[in-house]
Design a protein around this ligand. Structure first.
Ligand code: AMP
Length: 494
């Protein structure tokens, strides 16, 4: 059966298209499965479905029948891209998949993943979550490695505008060795945040950067293995959780079984914002249930920033667990004051400011009879640019709320993220240079409170030294690119 053309199947050979290299930063989901007796395309579809929240711009999968890799990717949601006919056409023994959210740069088909590259007639497909911080160094290395080989020349390597293509090109630049050994050479040179799933026709690989900034877990099927960004994806495909892929670890899975090699010493710095917003509540990271962390943060928030109010309402969905915690600790009744249209994606997903603002109105509608005349505590997970809260406070007042007290289950976002989350400059954030009172005035609330960084950290039950908290405290655990560091210096001064 032929896959439908809209999705653009990519059988083995062929590079992607040309364009300038200016890496988008990604907050994505990755998946991989090796299960020769299972319908791996179907499992990957479900895995991606569970990881849809990590990226809604494009999705794709690469499937191999041990002889040939097929890549199918397109713009849009997983459920829009794949239908049963497509999945049936993608028969194989192993697969990788990706959901993508590009935070800067073009949201175009060429940047959808998995990326594909052929190495002497063999295929290499790769999917990436994170953001590489030393792309210039890697570009130079690539140029040295294979200056004359057309398929790895800089021009060709930069055929799409993401750093994932660069990693794929680097691995492909060592055609003489096995991919496992090549990866052991290339991975230690890559800096930044990266969770990778990649595959040849016969072998599935998974790797996590030495800091383990983004989550990546290993699961077991009765007759195979699964790797995924979040445990929630293991649950959906019926895999049991085995363990996290260790920071600095490369896993190789083939018919001979599973092998682990360490390409760098583990120096854990897990992203604290995964607990705040990115990960699903039904996911477990570093042994902590994300939902339980969020409830504990809500309890801390109630202790640290109490409010006199009649009802605690969450901003659905991400504010729900912390609102539950806030209500529990404060004794103020919990209620539903806002209804979310579940068919609208995360507001950040739309790249333009106008659509983002429209997105807020599309997404949430107040329950007038519930909130009319009441003093509300409104709990949300974060304030980044301030748009959501500004629109929300206005909406709640118009719907009859007597008072609106905003409580946020993370500290103010003060610093850009260079490891895969969409806060790329200080200028776009509301918090830098403003006091909490000024932010409160800007969003029009009666009062505003943020949980402290200590309170949030304690709630994760992960030692502070094992977390990346750079978006809140500006301490970057991995060197950031020199140009960005310069820009930050300027932004700090101004
Ligand atoms: P803002 O309107 O810019 O203040 O954005 C804050 C809202 O966006 C919060 O309600 C969060 O739930 C959500 N949010 C926070 N971080 C992200 C992110 N990295 N991607 C998408 N949405 C986010």
């Amino acid at each position: 059966m032929r896959p439908k053309s809209r999705g653009r199947v990519r059988p083995v050979l062929g590079n992607d298209h040309s364009g300038a290299f200016e890496g988008p930063k990604e907050e994505c989901g990755v998946f991989g499965v090796f299960a020769p007796e299972e319908d791996v395309a179907q499992l990957t579809y479900y895995g991606l479905f569970a990881l849809q929240h990590r990226g809604q711009e494009s999705a794709g999968m690469a499937v191999s029948n041990l002889e040939r890799i097929m890549v199918f990717k397109d713009m849009g949601l997983v459920s829009q891209i794949f239908d049963q006919a497509t999945l049936r056409s993608l028969q194989g023994r192993l697969a990788i998949g990706h959901t993508r959210y590009a935070t800067t740069g073009a949201s175009v088909w060429q940047n959808a993943q998995p990326t594909f590259r052929s190495v002497q007639g063999k295929g290499l497909a790769l999917a990436h979550n994170g953001n590489i911080t030393n792309t210039h160094e890697l570009e130079e290395w690539l140029a040295e490695l294979a200056p004359s080989e057309q398929h790895v020349s800089k021009q060709k390597a930069m055929d799409s505008t993401n750093d994932t293509t660069l990693i794929t090109a680097l691995i492909a630049a060592f055609p003489g060795q096995g991919i496992e050994d090549i990866a052991m050479t290339v991975l230690p040179r890559i800096k930044g945040a990266f969770c990778l799933t990649f595959m040849t026709e016969t072998t599935l690989f998974a790797a996590r950067d030495p800091q383990g900034v983004r989550p990546l877990v290993l699961g077991r099927l009765s007759n195979g293995w699964v790797v995924a960004s979040e445990t929630a994806a293991l649950d959906l495909v019926g895999a049991s959780f085995i363990r996290e892929v260790e920071p600095g670890e490369l896993l190789t899975i083939d018919e001979g079984g599973i092998r682990s090699r360490r390409f760098a010493e583990a120096k854990p710095k897990g992203c604290i914002f995964e607990y705040v917003y990115v990960a699903r509540p039904d996911t477990t990271i570093a042994g902590s249930s994300v939902n339980a962390v969020r409830i504990r943060v809500g309890e801390k928030l109630a202790e640290e920033c109490p409010a006199e109010a009649d009802m605690v309402i969450p901003v659905p969905q991400s504010g729900i667990p912390s609102a539950v915690g806030f209500a529990r600790a404060s004794g103020i009744p919990y209620g539903q004051g806002l209804v979310k249209n579940n068919y609208v994606g995360r507001t950040f997903i739309e790249p333009s400011q106008t659509i983002r603002q429209l997105g807020i109105r599309l997404k949430l509608n107040p329950l007038r009879e519930e909130i009319g005349g009441k003093r509300l505590v409104v709990v949300d997970d974060s304030i980044v640019r301030g748009n959501t809260q500004r629109a929300l406070v206005r909406m709640l007042r118009e719907a009859g709320a007597a008072e609106v007290h905003v409580r946020i289950s993370s500290p103010p976002v003060e610093w850009p993220c260079f490891y895969g989350i969409d806060f790329s400059t200080r200028a776009e954030l509301i918090a830098p240079g403003l006091t909490v009172d000024q932010i409160c005035r800007s969003i029009g609330a009666d009062s505003l409170g943020f949980v402290s960084l200590e309170g949030l950290t304690e709630a994760t039950q992960v030692p502070a030294g094992n977390l990346c908290r750079a978006c809140f405290d500006g301490n970057y655990p991995i060197a950031i690119p020199p140009a960005q560091a310069e820009l930050l210096k300027l932004e700090k001064i101004t």
